[in-house]
Design a protein around this ligand. Structure first.
Ligand code: GLA
Length: 382
């Protein structure tokens, strides 16, 4: 080819690539609707993020809750694969953290106490004698500021919240930002960041209950799970880690080879008895701060699969043990025991009282920043 022709060819190719990108970008969108008022008179909204392939996530700024997440099965059929409600009142009546952002400290802090720089802080005690998921009014129950954000590869929503010094007993004004992005590659990406004006502890996570066969469509015991973790943190009867990092080898906690969640859940193993199933933190392989694949789940009837990628050192596997049929969710579906599973990426529970665990202290002037991605795909696509 002559140089001029090569130039023309290159120009045409770049124009086509640009058009393709613009097209994808043009299709992804965010829309907003009212979702009702909280008891203290604040407006809650619901945002629908749609990507270029038609996958869709609905997020309310009340608790940063993902209320619905629709992704394709192997035939391209979209289904909602997270538990939740279609109205604010149901969330206000109380629920086990369906789809919410969890903070200031996700998971438990023993007896609701920790000491930082010689000062003891007393937190709300809301789970037996312990503090769970940020206390009585954690980040799952506050109204966040929300604004759609322009991104090149999908649709995004930015949520911000100023968590005041002393709220639920934590020190320091914590300025929190969570950006949810539904990418055009069917990933739900969650980018968490925070800064403080006084040294404090922070551990943010997300609490969606997934059922890849579709929300309300039976239990999750046949989902096959792989977790890239050689160890887990055994707990006492109150679900507080004992401090031991136990090898998963030879235990029902070995998911280093994909195994169904239900295969060993009823085994006579002390940790399963204490958690009434899986409700434990895995010590993820790989380096803290490095975004790496830590889990994969697949469901054979729908062909759906989900990978979890994170920068975090730990992940709680919760098998929906406390669901008991008393909650009726979207489409009138009744949520029975083990109808959903959570993979809550996090630091290990009770880290503020466990000097040997990776630290959850955020110092004044430093920036907390973690990323977690739930990536959806299908197996056996036609
Ligand atoms: C977390 C906890 C569980 C339970 C659920 C909500 O995942 O680890 O013990 O409290 O939240 O029911």
């Amino acid at each position: 080819m002559k140089p001029v022709k090569v130039l023309y060819f290159a120009l045409i190719c770049s124009a086509m690539i640009l058009l393709l990108n613009l097209n994808a970008y043009g299709q992804a969108k965010v829309t907003k609707e009212g979702f009702g008022k909280t008891p203290d008179g604040q407006d809650a909204d619901i945002y629908t993020l749609t990507n270029s392939g038609g996958a869709e996530v609905k997020i309310t700024n009340y608790g940063g809750i993902v209320t619905s997440l629709r992704v394709p099965d192997r035939n391209g059929k979209l289904d909602d694969i997270v538990l939740g409600f279609d109205n604010l009142d149901a969330y206000l009546k109380g629920h086990p953290y369906f789809g919410a952002i969890i903070g200031r400290y996700g998971n438990r802090i023993a007896k609701g106490r920790f000491t930082l720089h010689g000062v003891e802080y007393k937190l709300a005690v809301n789970n037996g004698e312990n503090h769970l998921h940020g206390g009585t009014k954690g980040f799952d129950k506050v109204v966040w500021n929300a604004k759609p954000r322009k991104v090149a590869n999908g649709a995004a929503l930015e949520l911000t919240y100023l968590n005041k010094d002393g709220e639920e007993g934590y020190p320091g004004n914590l300025s929190v930002k969570v950006v949810y992005t539904l990418t055009n590659a069917n990933e739900l990406k969650i980018d968490y960041s925070a800064t403080t004006d006084k040294d404090t502890v922070v551990n943010l996570t997300h609490h969606s209950y997934f059922n890849l066969a579709g929300q309300g469509n039976g239990d999750i015991l046949n989902h096959r799970l792989f977790v890239n973790a050689a160890r887990f943190t055994p707990t006492d009867a109150g679900s507080i880690p004992t401090g031991e990092l136990r090898s998963v080898r030879g235990t029902p906690f070995d998911f280093t080879r994909a195994t169904t969640i239900g295969a060993r859940i009823n085994q006579d193993y002390e940790q399963l008895r204490l958690g009434k199933g899986y409700d434990h933190n895995f010590v993820l392989n790989g380096k803290i701060g490095t975004l790496r694949r830590v889990a994969r789940v697949s469901e054979s009837t729908s062909g759906r699969a989900m990978e979890v990628w994170t920068t975090e050192p730990g992940m709680q596997l919760y098998s929906g043990n406390f669901l008991d049929g008393t909650l009726t969710g979207k489409d009138g579906k009744v949520y029975q025991q083990r109808y959903g599973f959570c993979l809550e990426t996090q630091h290990y529970p009770d880290s503020p009282n466990k000097p040997k665990f990776p630290t959850t202290v955020l110092r004044k002037g430093d920036r907390y920043h973690t990323i977690t991605i739930y990536k959806f795909s299908v197996r056996g696509a036609k």
